[in-house]
Each structure stands twice: as structure tokens, then as C-alpha cells.
Design a protein around this ligand. Structure first.
Ligand code: SAH
Length: 414
């Protein structure tokens, strides 16, 4: 086709997105604004789940009790999901409260709980010891219960289509603050608080899958997230969950992906790509200014090589932004260039966020995007999105003014 072709003239191939109404925040040097370092705030109290099993024994001894008490506390916390001294009758009554408080200090105060009609999706709003607010979302699916956890209060990655990203980073969460979200969810499930269970089902249930897709960039809080993952998977001293059921999702911090691949813990790895070309990804994902599409994809492929775990590529379908057929083809080409059978793609229609100028792609466009990838041999499934009506879906987690008002009026658990 020549430059003068009428088809070309009326239907230009769109390369750059229409970003009218939004401009990327820049730092003093004119680079996209990113916050990697956590602002300094008072540290949350040290909790059993922040410590290795050996450190727990040490701490128990420091508090004047014999080391074997650590094991009892682990059982109460990780198996019975309680931190209430009154339920720990196997511990000496004298000094029990102070001891339990010293080992299992309260970390999360529940501010709000929102449920969908059938009660099978629940969003929690938690206040941390310093007043920072985070959310987690609990979802029942056939055969599994998934908790979407936060790893940071806010997020420093500044993605324009994500409500959390637009609010900035408040601070890193501690490992125990991450774990406590699971323990509290398990407690609620055990108490019958999660809807959607079949009436005749008598089985005891708990969270089976974790996705690090709540607030925060997990790989920007690497050490604490890894400690939390170790506690989740530890069968003797932790929650005993399967590593495969844990998904770590990242915007693409390449050195941290490589580090994760070398940990020897086969968690499921997800890369939030959202664009196959740097021209668009530079706009859409500010961290692309540091690590480009090809570097992120190479790191994802390396993750597969090291762990044997098939990786997920996440792709929020945004109308007229990244949903073009040629971008589906380019994505397939880049993935196939790195081999077969190592990856699948999870497109997800964009969830609306306050003030955003973007919307989800039209259904026929979504379907075409998925079809082209599948035809190219890349397993691709449109992700079901939960919790939209309670602002609990991907990218919608942010403490609103109303949340902040309710939180201010909620006394911290002591
Ligand atoms: N920071 C991590 C994890 C948190 S977000 C990451 O970027 O992967 C979890 C997923 O939701 C990511 O794939 C993210 O890009 C996506 N997401 C963010 N905003 C969204 C929105 N408005 N609609 C749909 N998905 C969104």
C-alpha cells in the first residue's frame, strides 16, 4: 500500500495512545515519577510472623518463657487463626496476656467490610498501627478461595489507570501485616462469614490461593514479601499453603524478577505488561523508563526456565489504547520468539477508576484480541473480574475520603 492510498489515509495505524486529559508525572530531572524507597514512618511492632522459627524461640526466651512456647503460639496463630490470650489455655495463665501481646501484637484494625450481594466476594479495609489504610479482597470460586493481599500501603509505580498507583506510596508493609490479612480472612471463613458455600458442605475451609494484586508493588518490598511467602508455605512453622497457589504480580522490576527466580520457591509469577511495544508502555507503565518490554519478557522467560512454572502475562484491555489487533499480533510474536509452552496471557477488561479518562475495550474487540493470541498458539483467557460493584476489583483499591473519615473514627485495636 502506498502513502497516498485512501485506506491508509482514513485509517492510520495507531501507534501512540490518545492520552488527552492525562499527563505523566515527572521528577525534577524530567523522568517519570517513581517511588522505590518507602517513606520513613514508625515501624509496625515486630510480630511472630516477621521472625524465623529460630528468632521466635529467642524472642520467647527474652520474654521469660521456655522456647517450646513458640511452637504453641505458632499453632494458635497459623492453625486456629487466633491471637486472643483467652483461647490459649495451654499457656500459663500468669503473664499470658503480656506474653501473647508481645509475640502477637495487634496489627490490623478492621475499618470496613463490603460484600457483594451473594456474599462470596468481600473487601476489607484495614487500618495499620500508624493509621495507614490498606485493603484485601476475599473471593470464593468453585473449588478454591482466593485472597488478594496488599503488600504496600499505596504504591509508588504511578500507573495512570490504577487508582492505587495514582495515590502514591505511603509505606511498605511488614511481613506480618501481609500474613495477618490471611489469618483474619481464615478466621472469618471458619466463622461462616464468607457466603456462597453449598448448604450440605461440612468441610472446614480456608484461603487456598493468594494473589499479590492488592495495593502495592510486591517486588519493591522484596524482603518482607519473601518472608511472608516463606511463612505462607512453611508446613511446620507457618500456614502450610502450596507455593503454586501463590501469585506474585509485578509491574516489571527486572532485577527483582531474576532474584525471585533464584529463590527456589515455585510461586506463580505474573507480569503486568499491558503493551507489547515500548512506545506505548513508556506512557502506560512509568517503570518502563527503567526496564523495557524485551527485558521484562526475557526476565519472565528466565523465570520459567529456572522454576518450570508457566508465567502469566497480564494485559488490561483499554479502549483505543492498547487493544488493537496488531498489538495482539505483536504480543504473540514477542512471546513466541521466546519459545513455546512457557506463558499464557490473561487479558482483563479495564476496571473504571475515579477521574480516569479510560474505559474498557468493547466486547468484540476483547474477543478479537483473545482470538488472535490463541490462533498464534498462545493460551489466552479473558480474566473474570470480581468485586467491581464494591470497588474491589484490580486497580480500584484506594482509600476514599469516606474510608478515611470512617477510619479516623475507628479506634485502633489494642
Ligand atoms: N503492582 C503489581 C500488583 C498490583 S495490581 C502489578 O502491577 O502487577 C494487579 C493487577 O491489576 C496488575 O496487572 C495491574 O496492572 C492490574 N490493574 C491495575 N489497574 C487496573 C484497572 N483499572 N483495571 C484492570 N486491571 C488493573
Amino acid at each position: 500500500m502506498t502513502e497516498t492510498s485512501p485506506v491508509r489515509a482514513t485509517k492510520p495505524r495507531q501507534v501512540r495512545p490518545a492520552t488527552e486529559g492525562w499527563s505523566q508525572k515527572k521528577d525534577a530531572e524530567g523522568r517519570p515519577l517513581l517511588q522505590f524507597a518507602s517513606p520513613k514512618r514508625g515501624k509496625p511492632p515486630v510480630h511472630l510472623a516477621d521472625l524465623t522459627p529460630e528468632q521466635r524461640v529467642e524472642k520467647v526466651k527474652e520474654l521469660g518463657l521456655p522456647g517450646f512456647r513458640a511452637k504453641q503460639l505458632e499453632k494458635h496463630y497459623f492453625t486456629h487463626w487466633t491471637h486472643d490470650p483467652a483461647e490459649m489455655t495451654d499457656l500459663p495463665a500468669e503473664g499470658r496476656e503480656e506474653f501473647v501481646h508481645g509475640m502477637l501484637p495487634p496489627l490490623l484494625t478492621e475499618v470496613r467490610r463490603l460484600e457483594t450481594d451473594r456474599g462470596d466476594t468481600i473487601k476489607f479495609l484495614w487500618k495499620l498501627h500508624d493509621g495507614a489504610l490498606v485493603e484485601s479482597v476475599l473471593m470464593r470460586y468453585p473449588g478454591r478461595i482466593t485472597l488478594c493481599v496488599s503488600s504496600q500501603a499505596g504504591c509508588g509505580m504511578n500507573c495512570p489507570f490504577c487508582a492505587t498507583g495514582q495515590a502514591g506510596l505511603t509505606r511498605n508493609m511488614s511481613a506480618a501485616e501481609i500474613i495477618e490479612q490471611i489469618v483474619r480472612a481464615n478466621r472469618l471463613i471458619a466463622d461462616g462469614g464468607l457466603g456462597g458455600k453449598k448448604k450440605d458442605d461440612q468441610s472446614a475451609e480456608r484461603v487456598s490461593n493468594i494473589v499479590f494484586m492488592g495495593m502495592g508493588e510486591p517486588l519493591a518490598n522484596y524482603a518482607r514479601v519473601m518472608q511472608a511467602v516463606r511463612v505462607m508455605t512453611d508446613k511446620q512453622h507457618g500456614l502450610g499453603m502450596s507455593a503454586r497457589g501463590i501469585t506474585v504480580s509485578t509491574v516489571g522490576l527486572v532485577p527483582a524478577i531474576t532474584k525471585l527466580a533464584n529463590e527456589g520457591i515455585p510461586v506463580t509469577f505474573a507480569l503486568s505488561l499491558h503493551a507489547p511495544d515500548d512506545r506505548l508502555r513508556d506512557e502506560l507503565i512509568p517503570v518502563n523508563s527503567r526496564w523495557k518490554v524485551d527485558e521484562a519478557l526475557d526476565a519472565a522467560r528466565d523465570y520459567f526456565d529456572k522454576t518450570g512454572r508457566r508465567v502469566s502475562i497480564e494485559y488490561a484491555l483499554i479502549k483505543d489504547m492498547n487493544d488493537h489487533a496488531w498489538r495482539a499480533d505483536l504480543l504473540a510474536e514477542k512471546l513466541n520468539a521466546r519459545g513455546r509452552g512457557w506463558v499464557h496471557v490473561n487479558p482483563i477488561p479495564l476496571n473504571p477508576t475515579p477521574g480516569s479518562i479510560w474505559t474498557a475495550s468493547e466486547v468484540p474487540v476483547q474477543n478479537e484480541f483473545v482470538r488472535r493470541l490463541n490462533d498464534a498458539g498462545i493460551p489466552t483467557t479473558l480474566r473474570d473480574t470480581r468485586g467491581k460493584e464494591i470497588d474491589g476489583a484490580c486497580g480500584q483499591l484506594v482509600a476514599t475520603e469516606d474510608d478515611q473519615a470512617v477510619a479516623a473514627a475507628t479506634p485502633l485495636e489494642v
